[in-house]
Design a protein around this ligand. Structure first.
Ligand code: DAV
Length: 369
């Protein structure tokens, strides 16, 4: 049997595998869009401290292990539904994870009791490299069983011909975390990450696909061991490069380094000052600052969610509707931004790139350097 002998016909035609994605910008055909329902606030832990804006620490300390405010999740769910309908109008097949009750407590031999988080951000736990879908070994204990909401879809994709891999399951015992006073204040570039090198850990959203070349950052949830595991898993087809990103609380590269088309990169000016020499022929676009009001609650992230866009192809880009400066900037540079309201969802820790996982984009393996 050839690897794709069981591929079911798709709108792309019988020759495009069901799971097929090499870049962040090729024409999008099928995508997973997360769910906000039943979201739970993670319990306070050094891995939470290391990534959260300081002004929200007390909120997590007070509310960890209880449900997300219902008004936030209900408004976020409406925005996700409207975003999904917009994608469907553009001819893109939208899939949703199973509804899961994230309040169910769990215990492992290494930690617990713990509760879940949400199924809102498929980008964090899943990543497609070509025709293979990889489940990431995430560092937050609350996310240990997040894969459960995606398993119906992953089994279906496998039955339709996809390759499917789960990275080595981490233990997330005490040895996995730097919790001492000498680890603080957490700062990835200063070598003070919340995660140790005890075992491989990474979030899928710390990686970004540009054909044969895959770019990533070390972060508060991704260690060198995790990058090494994925790099060896992907070689020789893909080459993994670690970027220099100035972000002490780094968690996910998709508001810092955003390739939009062959040879065109959007960079976060506060975080990306140096790029590898291989980018010398690329056009580096420096966007204006985010517009979201300072007082808007962003419990998990910075305001740079303005750059957390989803490309439908190398011109059309979904951008948060209130980010007028970014929208104008993209228009001036020949893109066709599609404004979609998403601020309530943003409070949960991401925008359009985080809320999705592209399953199929038209295209084949290429080098862009
Ligand atoms: O503040 O840059 C972006 C992505 C979170 N999932 C930030 C976080």
């Amino acid at each position: 049997m050839t690897p794709h002998a069981t591929v079911t016909p798709s709108p792309a035609g019988p020759t495009t595998p069901i799971v097929n994605s090499y870049t962040e910008w090729e024409p999008l055909e099928e995508v997973i869009v997360g769910r906000a329902d039943h979201a739970f606030i993670p319990r306070w832990h050094c891995s939470i401290e290391a990534t959260m804006p300081k002004r929200h620490w007390s909120w997590f300390q007070a509310h960890g292990g209880s449900p997300f405010p219902a008004e936030v999740t209900a408004a976020a769910a409406r925005e996700l539904d409207a975003f999904s309908m917009m994608l469907e109008r553009e001819g893109i097949k939208v899939r949703r994870p199973d509804p899961v009750d994230w309040s169910l407590p769990f215990q492992t031999p290494d930690f617990g009791p713990e509760t879940g988080l949400y199924g809102a951000m498929p980008r964090d736990s899943l990543i497609v490299f070509g025709t293979e879908i990889v489940e990431a070994p995430m560092a937050w204990r609350s996310r240990y069983f997040e894969f459960r909401c995606f398993r119906s879809l992953l089994k279906e994709y496998f039955q339709a011909g996809a390759r499917w891999t789960m990275a080595p399951r981490p233990q997330l015992s005490e040895a996995s975390f730097n919790d001492g006073t000498d680890a603080r204040p957490y700062d990835v570039q200063a070598g003070r990450s919340a995660v140790t090198e005890f075992e491989p850990v990474f979030d899928a959203a710390d990686f970004c696909r540009v054909g044969r070349d895959v770019f990533c950052q070390l972060s508060q949830v991704t260690n060198r061991f995790g990058v090494a595991w994925l790099a060896r898993h992907l070689e020789p087809t893909f080459r993994v490069h670690i970027l220099e990103v100035t972000d002490p609380n780094a968690m996910h590269i998709d508001a810092s380094f955003i390739p939009l088309a062959p040879g065109r990169l959007l960079r976060n000016p506060e975080r990306i000052q140096h790029l590898p020499d291989m980018f010398r022929d690329w056009e580096i676009l420096t966007p204006p600052p985010p517009a979201i009001p300072e007082e808007h609650p962003l419990y998990f992230t910075s305001r740079w969610l303005s750059l957390n866009v989803l490309s439908l192809d190398e011109r059309r880009v979904v951008v948060e509707a209130g980010e007028t400066p970014t929208i104008d900037f993209l228009k001036q540079n020949g893109f066709e931004p599609i404004p979609v309201p998403f601020r309530n969802f943003c409070s949960m820790g991401g925008a359009f790139h985080c809320a999705t996982c592209d399953i199929r984009r038209r295209g084949t393996l290429q080098s862009y350097f």
